[in-house]
Design a protein around this ligand. Structure first.
Ligand SMILES: C[S@@+](CC[C@H](N)C(=O)[O-])C[C@H]1O[C@@H](n2cnc3c(N)ncnc32)[C@H](O)[C@@H]1O
Length: 262
């Protein structure tokens, strides 16, 4: 796929991946304007990939790359050659500009595409692959392990339910969300090895959540100034994001896995 507008099925998926309601899906670009990274910390991803052995020249796939922040961080830190794929054309445009600004455009390529349709020609074509904040762990792992060669590395960012500590009791309401141990088991059952997995602590989570909400608030403010009739749905969206972010520093935690394919 290489078109300027995402087809409506994909647009619905893109909006859902960003928790944007259908009534605001035409305004994703405006809402997300203040955010560069739409998932985990790009620096953390690059550091983890370097620790897992990524070397200059490695071919890395970033599926659902958003505005390219993770891909660019990996290119800068590890000097890998990174292909970023995202279904939302405006994000791909921004990723190309950001790569130039970071002076890594020679190491980065970005294309519009559907992450759920990895072409056969790309099976095993990469030394490493990552999916930060799109599919749940099991689905992301199945997809990424297909993209990397045996022995290659893949990185996933998803959410777990806490098992211990002050939030463990409240977390029992969230049994549909797996724990870190359950998620690790899913990966090991594929024949792969979890090299590193870490959930954010409550304090780190709080700092992250506050920063994201502050930026989203700016996006909403600008949107409402330009389109006053969207005020109710935009504020409703913001309240939903504030609730979700509170959960992510309480009973649920953003988590990163670094995995070696068997
Ligand atoms: C939470 S954001 C994460 C973006 C990026 N990985 C980051 O950390 O900044 C989810 C991304 O998935 C993209 N997306 C949603 N559905 C997709 C699909 N089927 N194929 C490719 N990208 C998709 C969205 O456009 C959005 O950029």
């Amino acid at each position: 796929m290489n078109r300027r507008n995402a087809p409506s099925r994909l647009l619905a998926q893109i909006a859902a991946s960003l928790d944007v309601p259908p009534s605001l899906s035409r305004y994703i670009r405006d809402l997300m304007a203040p955010l560069d990274a739409l998932g985990s910390s790009p620096r953390q991803i690059a550091t983890r990939l370097a620790a897992a052995g990524a070397r200059p020249g490695w071919r890395v796939l970033d599926l659902a790359c958003g505005k390219g922040s993770g891909a660019i961080a990996v290119a800068r830190r590890c000097r890998c050659r990174v292909l970023g794929v995202d279904a939302f054309p405006p994000f791909i445009d921004e990723a190309r500009i950001a790569a130039e600004r970071a002076a890594v455009e020679h190491l980065c390529a970005f294309e519009v595409g559907d992450a759920s349709r990895l072409p056969r020609s790309r099976f095993g074509a990469f030394d490493a692959a990552m999916m930060i904040g799109l599919f749940p762990l099991a689905r992301a792992a199945a997809l990424l392990r297909r993209a990397v060669r045996p022995g290659g590395i893949y990185i996933i960012d998803d959410t777990v339910r806490v098992e211990r500590g002050p939030w463990a009791r409240a977390a029992r309401r969230w049994t549909a969300v797996p724990t870190l141990r359950e998620s690790n088991d899913v990966i090991e059952a594929l024949g792969d090895r979890v090299l590193w997995a870490r959930s954010l602590g409550a304090d780190q989570g709080l700092r992250r959540s506050r920063a994201i909400v502050a930026r989203l608030r700016r996006g909403v403010r600008t949107l409402v100034r330009e389109h006053p009739r969207l005020a109710t749905s935009a504020r409703h969206y913001l309240r939903g994001q504030e609730r979700a972010e509170r959960l992510l520093c309480g009973p649920l935690r953003p988590t990163i896995w670094v995995v070696r394919r068997g």
